[in-house]
Design a protein around this ligand. Structure first.
Ligand code: PEP
Ligand code: MG
Length: 567
């Protein structure tokens, strides 16, 4: 079993097509006729542009204009006057077209690949794509052609470039495995648009998986199995058909109210990482945003985003979501989220160190820029501010005091904002859970961050395989903590939501209903499934199950009881 990043949900089972890039090596030779060499380059360029335009037209017809727009970048990099001039003057100075093209695009590739901003780094793949296309034309070689594939192919590539994906015949591809790429890479964006299960960043995939191997791609969990056993095949075939059936059946929940089996309304909202993700939230029928991880805005920049830049991003989400609630979490830096230009000192124990609200309260002027931007955006929708990693009452008091200062500044500047903006806190530390009753007097709402809460409660790092048995939401200690937090909020009459991954766990939902959770914030593709599961449980049924579950002593017993009940 190989682990990677879950690029696109679903289970794919098929036969590996290991697509290794063509050999584009050449021996540089000085051209005898400079003009003829430039004409050779021009012809290759025109052919590349024509092929790319044809791909764009195909993509527009199959996966829509937005994804096709990605290929426009290829045309831009191919037609860029600066690059063309560099290539032509290299040829004039005695280089062959292959070498001139290669050196010019390598220079741009290195420039993009070394940028701090992940989005710019991803552009390096586009540059490499243009170079490959032009070189292949000049050398008369075929680039990997994924347009003619046998049925049920699992495409295994080092890097899935946009041009490869444009050609993929959706009907024939059962899954994609790559050696590179993150969730914001073009490969991931297009794989999701195509709804092809994909696992990215699987180490040495093109060598450990052999052409013709039977392969299972579990895009939901980021796992790949090569040459599965019969038992694994049976298991994943049934998972695949369950996934397909569930997906089709879930459409019945689109546009429906989110209610429990006995008609109690709960809020079902989405977790997003950047303003454009609001589209996915809307597409999947979310009722708002329960967590906008604002740190991605900071991670995607090369320096601190200004008040205006932040305002534009927050306003965009507020406007897209119309008047639905949008909870924006203030900068959650540190731990596993590094922002190079903040130059945070290396710590022995970064997960327990200088991070999130601790960092922000120590850098008040910087924090006030974000708070002011959030306040300004609150004039355009139902924005709420959420403070991460709170462990003590004074942190929320201090954050609130800063918000009041920002409001006074905005009054002076004559800029409008929502004077009654809600300020909530994440509950993701055992300390916050233990003083949840006190925090509930200071906060307008809670959102439980189970991703961190489980780790801190169980003293178990989620990334460490050896302690994975402890990192479980079903651990009795975690369940008791959840109960305590939710009932503190219920008693104080404030809204309590959950934005950790556990909110989308179908097994846990009856327990959360029983505890009295008001809001479920999940990844957009989990919206309809969560709405369905919520509709299956009445409070009475959920209470009966939860009462039993709370008597159990181990995570395994809890999970088994929840699985039995779900069946
Ligand atoms: C959490 O900890 O559950 C959470 C939602 O925050 P993050 O995953 O961003 O740490
Ligand atoms: Mg967290």
């Amino acid at each position: 079993m190989f682990e990677g990043i879950n690029g696109s949900d679903g289970i794919g089972i098929g036969v590996a097509v290991v697509a290794i890039a063509p050999d584009l090596s050449f021996t540089p030779t000085a051209p005898s006729d400079i003009e003829a060499e430039k004409a050779r380059y021009s012809a290759a360029l025109q052919k590349f542009i024509d092929q790319t335009n044809a791909q764009i037209a195909r993509m527009e017809a199959t996966i829509g204009k937005e994804s096709a727009a990605i290929m426009q970048a290829h045309i831009e990099f191919a037609e860029d006057d600066g690059i063309k001039e560099t290539i032509c003057s290299s040829i004039e100075s005695g280089m062959c077209a292959e070498q001139a093209v290669s050196e010019a695009y390598d220079m741009y590739y290195n420039m993009f690949a070394n940028m701090d901003d992940e989005l710019f780094r991803e552009r390096a793949a586009d540059v490499a794509d243009v170079k490959t296309g032009l070189l292949a034309d000049l050398l008369g070689k075929e680039v990997v052609n994924l347009s003619v594939l046998p049925e049920h192919s699992i495409v295994v590539v080092s890097e899935l470039t946009p041009s490869m994906t444009a050609d993929i015949d959706k009907e024939h591809v059962a899954g994609i495995v790559t050696e590179t790429g993150g969730r914001t890479s073009h490969s991931a964006i297009i794989a999701r648009a195509l709804e092809i299960p994909a696992v990215l960043s699987v180490k040495d995939a093109t060598s450990v998986i052999k052409h013709g191997n039977m392969v299972i791609v579990d895009g939901t969990r980021g796992k790949v199995i090569a040459e599965p056993t019969d038992a694994e095949l049976i298991k994943y075939r049934s998972k695949a058909s369950a996934f397909a059936q569930e997906k089709a059946a879930l459409e019945a929940y689109r546009g429906k109210e989110t209610v429990t089996g006995d008609n109690n309304k709960v809020l079902l909202v989405a977790n997003i990482g950047n303003p454009d993700d609001a589209n996915a939230a809307i597409e999947h029928d979310a009722e708002g945003v329960g967590l906008f991880r604002s740190e991605f805005l900071f991670m995607d920049a090369v320096e601190l985003p200004s008040e205006d830049e932040q305002f534009a991003a927050y306003q965009k989400v507020a406007l897209r979501m119309k008047n639905q609630p949008v909870i924006i979490r203030t900068l959650d830096v540190g731990g596993d989220k590094n922002i190079p230009y903040l130059h945070l000192q290396k710590e022995d124990n970064p997960f327990m160190g200088y991070r999130a609200v601790r960092y922000c309260l120590d850098n008040k002027d910087q924090y006030k820029v974000q708070l002011t931007a959030l306040l300004r955006a609150s004039a355009f929708g139902d924005i709420k501010i959420m403070i991460p990693l709170v462990t003590a009452v004074e942190e929320i008091r201090q954050a609130r005091a800063l918000i009041e200062e920002c409001k006074a500044d905005l009054d002076k500047r004559g800029i409008s904002y929502n004077k009654n903006i809600e300020v909530g806190t994440m509950i993701e530390t055992p300390a916050a859970s233990l003083v949840a009753d006190n925090l509930a007097e200071e906060a307008d709402f809670f959102s439980i961050g189970t991703n961190d809460l489980i780790g801190y409660t169980m003293c178990a790092d989620r990334g460490n395989d050896k302690v994975a048995y402890l990192y479980e939401v079903y651990q009795p200690a975690v369940l008791r903590s959840l109960k305590r937090i939710i009932s503190a909020a219920n008693k104080a009459g404030i809204m309590v939501g959950m934005c950790g991954e556990a909110a989308a766990d179908p097994l846990l939902i009856p327990v959360l209903i029983s505890f009295g959770l008001d809001e479920y914030s999940v990844n957009p593709p989990s919206i309809l499934r969560t709405r369905r599961v919520l509709s299956l449980w009445t409070k009475e049924q959920a209470d009966a199950l939860t009462e039993k579950v709370l008597t159990l002593k181990t995570a395994a017993e809890v999970k088994a009881a929840l699985q039995a009940a779900a069946r």
